[in-house]
Design a protein around this ligand. Structure first.
Ligand SMILES: Cc1cc2nc3c(=O)[nH]c(=O)nc-3n(C[C@H](O)[C@H](O)[C@H](O)COP(=O)(O)OP(=O)(O)OC[C@H]3O[C@@H](n4cnc5c(N)ncnc54)[C@H](O)[C@@H]3O)c2cc1C
Length: 489
């Protein structure tokens, strides 16, 4: 084992959140030393792992992009374009020298005697173990395992004679020309893949257990186009369009919450208008949940519906009973032939990057802890995570958390404090803990499957986790580090 490397802050993850954290540390805490560690071979996280055809954002980049870096492309962007954007942020802010790739953080141990985290880090190129020590640990690990996606355990899967592919591990040599392809899934990934591969396959069938809400429209922003035609500075364009998009999102969210049936019908009507006369929208595009209980995926230029209308793609809504050597048997008894089976069936949730945590020798089970404002955890010293929004752009929350952490670190510096521990007060101990997120609020299956692994919350703002950007936009920027829920040393 090599000598320990000491820094003030370790950031785990060099995805869009980790790059945000690094930018804010440089800007807001320039005297702090820090390192960003990531298990992957480069930056980008999600946008590096997902390389399937057509991979793109499902929220617009005016809001998914950072507040401080103007977005100048189409609102919905390809994975490659998002990585270019991140590369520019890294270059413009001299962040590369802080980042170490192919470093998996395996364990983190807190010592109260030293007020330090000690991290055991695997160098994935050599297999060696490195040690990093830091005062503050900033987890930007995302919410799912990058090295494996989720594939249901269908009976007969091992008998399938074709190729099974998870979009998270898209093989470079996969040739779909003239192949019968089945894509299992109904979310944004399936909706992106189907039109992207439809042209070259013999036929592509999307098999979904239940339908999803989609929102479709041109992949351009009229206001941005107008402002650019007036030669408005890009920083202004970004800010104005960002505000406009957020105002529209707020309107859509309010209607979805106050008049869910109306909102559902409007969304379904939009889809109906894009499909051929007589298409069975009731079966295939009428979800069983309320809008906003899952993210509404944006279909730029209606490409999914164009692929279906052209006859090159089709949708089947049914349960999979079994996988057969040559395809899929459905609960209805129908068989669907497949040469290639693409399992766009979601993620394996990862809590705190699967790092083994101990605090003064005791193993940390995060599921037993209560979150402090969705950023820190009861009894866990000097640690913060970035967990973004699902319904609005993830990064909107990352930006808010980054600003808070900067103020927290500066407060600790100014008051010569070396430890901050979110601590439940007597009146909090009487409260009944709640799940990280309410089932009626947001319920995609990857979260439902693993909700028992997530930290808890209380029905109080200080111990809450909310997915309400408009609430947090007002509250987090004014949140003082002087709070009786935070115990300093
Ligand atoms: C195809 C796709 C499209 C999406 N589109 C959108 C969208 O349009 N809008 C939106 O808001 N959200 C979208 N999301 C959700 C998206 O994942 C997040 O918004 C965002 O990219 C998450 O960024 P992150 O940096 O927090 O996490 P990630 O992108 O998951 O990055 C986490 C990084 O941490 C590293 N890491 C984790 N654990 C360890 C460890 N123990 N040691 C070292 N490194 C570790 C990982 O290697 C990874 O690089 C999309 C997701 C997918 C899969």
């Amino acid at each position: 084992m090599s000598e320990a490397r000491d820094v003030d802050v370790v950031v785990v993850g060099a995805g869009i959140s980790g790059v945000d954290a690094a930018y804010h540390l440089r800007r807001d805490c320039p005297e702090r030393t820090f390192v960003v560690l990531d298990a992957l071979e480069s930056f980008g996280g999600t946008w590096l792992t997902h390389r399937y055809p057509g991979v793109r954002s499902d929220t617009d980049l005016y809001t998914f992009g950072y507040s401080f870096k103007p977005w100048t492309g189409d609102p919905i962007a390809s994975g490659e374009r998002i990585r270019e954007y991140l590369r520019e942020v890294i270059d413009e802010n001299d962040l590369a020298r802080h980042v170490r790739f192919q470093r998996r953080v395996e364990s983190a141990s807190w010592s109260s005697a030293e007020n330090r985290w000690t991290l055991r880090v695997r160098d994935l190129t050599s297999g060696d173990v490195e040690t990093y020590r830091c005062e503050f640990l900033w987890m930007c690990q995302g919410y799912y395992r990058h090295d494996q996606g989720y594939t249901p355990d269908w009976p007969g899967l091992d008998t399938f004679e074709g190729r099974v592919v998870h979009p998270q591990q898209w093989p470079e040599d996969l040739d779909l020309t003239d192949q019968e392809v089945v894509v299992v899934g109904s979310g944004a990934t399936a909706a992106t893949l189907v039109p992207a591969i439809a042209e070259r396959c013999a036929h592509v069938t999307m098999i979904q257990r239940s339908p999803t809400y989609f929102f479709s429209g041109e992949n351009r922003d009229e206001l941005a186009d107008q402002l650019r035609a007036l030669e408005v500075d890009e920083a202004w364009v970004h800010e104005i369009v960002r505000r406009n998009r957020l105002a529209q999102l707020k309107m859509l969210t309010d209607v979805a919450l106050s008049e869910p049936d109306f909102a559902a019908q409007e969304l379904i009507n939009l889809v109906r208008a894009e499909l051929p006369e007589g298409f069975d929208v009731d079966t295939h595009f009428t979800p069983r949940y309320r809008p906003w209980q899952q993210r509404i995926a944006y279909v730029p230029d209606g490409d999914l519906f164009k692929a279906i209308s052209s006859g090159r793609a089709s949708v089947v809504t049914d349960e999979i009973a079994a996988i057969t050597p040559h395809g899929v048997r459905l609960a209805s008894g129908d068989e669907q032939r497949a040469d290639v089976l693409i399992t766009a069936t979601g993620f394996e949730l990862s809590v705190l990057g699967d790092v083994h945590f101990t605090i003064d020798g005791e193993v940390l089970n995060l599921a037993e802890r209560v979150t402090y404002r969705g950023m820190m955890f009861s009894g866990v010293p000097n640690l913060c995570w970035i967990f973004g929004y699902f319904r609005a752009a993830w990064t909107l929350r990352a930006d808010l958390v980054c600003n808070y952490v900067g103020r927290l670190l500066n407060y600790m510096r100014d008051h010569d404090l070396h430890r901050v521990v979110p601590t439940l007060r007597d009146e909090d101990l009487a409260e009944t803990p709640l799940a990280w997120i309410g089932d009626d609020e947001f319920n995609p299956s990857y979260l439902k499957r693993s909700l028992h692994l997530m930290p808890q919350r209380l029905a109080k703002p200080e111990w809450g986790h909310t997915q309400d950007y408009w609430y947090e936009r007002d509250v987090l920027p004014t949140l003082s580090p002087e709070d009786d829920c935070l115990v300093y040393d």
